[in-house]
Structure formats: C-alpha cells, structure tokens
Design a protein around this ligand. Sequence first.
Ligand code: UD1
Ligand code: MG
Length: 460
Amino acid sequence: MTCSPLHVVLLAAGKGTRMKSRLPKVLQPLGGQPLLAHVLDAVVPLAAARVVVVVGHEAAQVETAFAGRELTFVRQEPQNGTGHAAAIALTALPDDGCTLIVTGDTPLITTATLERLAAAGGQRTLALLTCTLSDPTGYGRIVRNAAGAITRIVEHKDALATNDAAVLAIREVNTGLMCAPTAWLRGVLARLEPKNAQGELYLTDIVGRAAVDGLAVEAVTIEDEVEVAGVNDKVQLAALERALQERRARTLMSAGVTLSDPARIDIRGQLSCGSDVAIDVGCVFNGTVVLEDGVVIGPHCVLTDCTIGRGTRVEAMSVIEGAAVGAHASIGPFARLRPGTRLADDVHIGNFVETKNTTMGRASKANHLAYLGDATVGERVNYGAGSITANYDGANKHPTTIGDDVHVGSNCVLVAPVTIGAGGTIGGGSTITKDTPPGALTVARAKPVSISGWKRPVKK
Ligand code: UD1
Ligand code: MG
C-alpha cells in the first residue's frame, strides 16, 4: 500500500527525435502550454516530498522554461534511455518511501490517476499504470503469464525486431507511469543492460526483475486512452490538441456557454465566461481572457489577455490584446485593439480601426479606418473615418488628448502632443499641430482653388 514519503520523477531528457523539431519535445506547445507544464500541473497537488525532473536534450532551455517552479533538475548526458534517466534522477533522492515515475510526454494525465497509482505502489509492490488500446502501435506491451500475473514489458520495436506476433497482438500497454519503492528502484536500475533493439537502458526492464526480487507487480488500469496518450510526433501532438480543446469546449458548454461549433475553438490559456456568452467558430483565446455576461464573439476573432464587459459584441475578424472593454460596446468587424486600450461602456470601434495605449470615454465612437495611439479620449466623441493620431515623431511617442463631445471630421491628422478642447469640431482633412480651443470649429487645410478651362493632358 501507499508508502511515504512520496517522491516524483519526471522524465524529460529525450530529444523527441520523432518530432523533427529544434524545440525539445517536452517544450512543444499543447493548448498554449509546453507538454511538461501540463504534467507538472497534474503533479503539484500530490504534494510530493521532492519532484525531480530529468533534463538532457537542450537542458538549459527546459530548465529556464520552468525556473519559477519548485523542482530539482538533474541532467542526463547522454540520453541513454528511460532506465538510465530514472537512475540519474535517483541520485537526487534519499532511499526512503516510494517514487512515482512519470513520463514528460503524457500531458493529459490527471492528478486523480497519479494518486491512484501512488496509492497502489508500496514497500513490496511495483505498480504500473496500464491501458488497453484499440491501436497499441508504438507502445510497450504488458506481458502476463497463464495466471494473469505481469511478467515483463516488451517494447513495440523489440517485438517487431523479433517478429513476435503474439506480443504485437497484445493490446494492454505500458503508459510509462509507475510507482515503486525508492531503495529497490535504485538497486534494480543500476543492474539494467542495453540488450534491446534500441541499445538503450529501458525502464520497462525493471518489471521482469520485480518478481525475481520478490516484489508484487500490480496493474492500475485506466479506461481513458486520451489521458495516457504519449506524444511522440506531430501527428499525435495535433490529435491530442484536438482532444484537449474538445475537453475545454465541453467544460465551457457545461457552464452554459454557447459554442457555434465545439470542434472549432482554440483555448490556449484561461478563458472565463459569464452567463449567456456566445462564441462563433474559429476563435482563438490566449492568456487570460474574461468574457462577462451576455458577451457575443463573432467568427474568427483572436483574443489575448483581455476583459470584455457585459453585453458587448465583438464582430468577426477582430484582434484584441491587452485591452479592457466596457459594457454594451460594439467592436469590429476587423477591429484591432492593442495593449493598453481601455474602452468605457457603449464605445463603438468599427472596421479597420486600430487603438493602442488609448483610453476612450463612455459612448465615444471611431467607426471607420482610424488610428488612436497614446490618446485619452473623452465621452461622446465622434472620431471620423480615416483620422489618425500622429503620435510618433520618429524617436519618441507623444500623447493626444481629446475632450468630451469633440467631433473629429474625416481624414484628420492630430500631430501629438496636442489637445483638442471639449466640444470642439475639427473640419475634415485638417492637420492639427496646435491645441484647439473648446467649443470652436477648427479647420486647418488649404482653401479650394478652381481653375476654369483647365485641360487634362492627352496621350501622345
Ligand atoms: C516509453 C516506454 C513504453 C511506453 C511509452 C508510453 C520505455 C523503454 N518505453 O516509450 O513502454 O509504452 O513510453 O508513452 O520506457 N526520456 C529521457 N531520457 C532518455 C529517453 C527518454 O528522459 O534517455 C524521456 C523522454 O523525454 C520522454 C519519456 O522519457 O518524456 C519517454 O521517452 P520516449 O522516447 O517517448 O519513450 P517511448 O518510446 O514513448
Ligand atoms: Mg513517448
């Protein structure tokens, strides 16, 4: 039964050759997080005495990615197989209690399953997490004797090399996760030999030795194939991404969110939704996104680290990042809200409008083809089509202030730093280089000149 203390070893040193990528396998992203982050999140609630992570391929990169966490890193050089990796991990552990070994490439594993496996391990027991798969290709097979006891694990490649049809036909596989007494592990791992198709030290070989050493081998079985799926290549990564997104979509729908198509949503961070939120197809959510009650998100929007207030509609193809949008606002289609955008209630941002580091007061509107950067806009302002803040002089950024009830006509250039006085009107086509007084009409453009009788050139 359970032995304490519990230690956890995470195997994350492999190159992930089958990924054919420069990025180490355990850093490949799934649902916006590295594979290993998912595994770590499942491990943390176990409150293990120590969590040892074995790194090797691009070790520094992996260590940096998880620098903020309470982990002990050990380096495996060269990467001589899962048994070699586990042996190196044990150099960072005392001989007490049990050690739970978890592969870094099974990202959807849950804390509940890890708890079950840890509970099954004991001073005289090696517990293995096994699963019966419809297609066991690539996995190590669980070989049992006539009495049903587990006698060994045979890797897929080795069964192929020896043309062992009986083993290849076994559908019960090793998930790669196991729990065993730490002291025994240390001894048995030291005695492993690389007698196999890959010339590596296999962690799985400890199973055959357990019986010899008088340990019981116990299988903890799991039904859910997806939870224990190991990711070795991009095809498996993509399949698991879909599985993860489907889970996230189901969680949202269970909480009352309307998804036009749960198969066409990508949540790559933390998405929180109020009641009666509706999300159309093809949307991507990154970082921390909050959609308050009654928010409607149109098709193909990308939302990153933002809050959308009650009853606001974000129309198709809008891109929002680092912004806070108030209630009952209307954004898009084709709007781009960049970091530092703060929009009050009832604001309208229309097509091809870009805002950056800009605050807009209640009921202000920029409906067409406009840019507002480093601007503080008051309430009930109407900002005309094609108008821009010229906030950058080539070296520095400058602020623009627009008072309440201002009306900026079409195609204006507000050359910052500049203040447009409250209630003022700026005539279309004006280039404003000086502060304008409140309440006045300011026009800054050349007077129209008409030349009568002028002839257009003709082709020679
Ligand atoms: C392994 C198991 C297999 C099981 C499968 C489940 C062995 C020999 N095989 O095979 O029985 O069905 O997982 O997914 O254990 N790693 C290291 N150092 C190394 C090699 C690997 O740390 O030298 C790490 C990898 O980073 C990875 C994990 O160990 O996170 C598993 O390695 P991988 O090469 O994916 O093993 P599989 O072939 O999938
Ligand atoms: Mg694997």
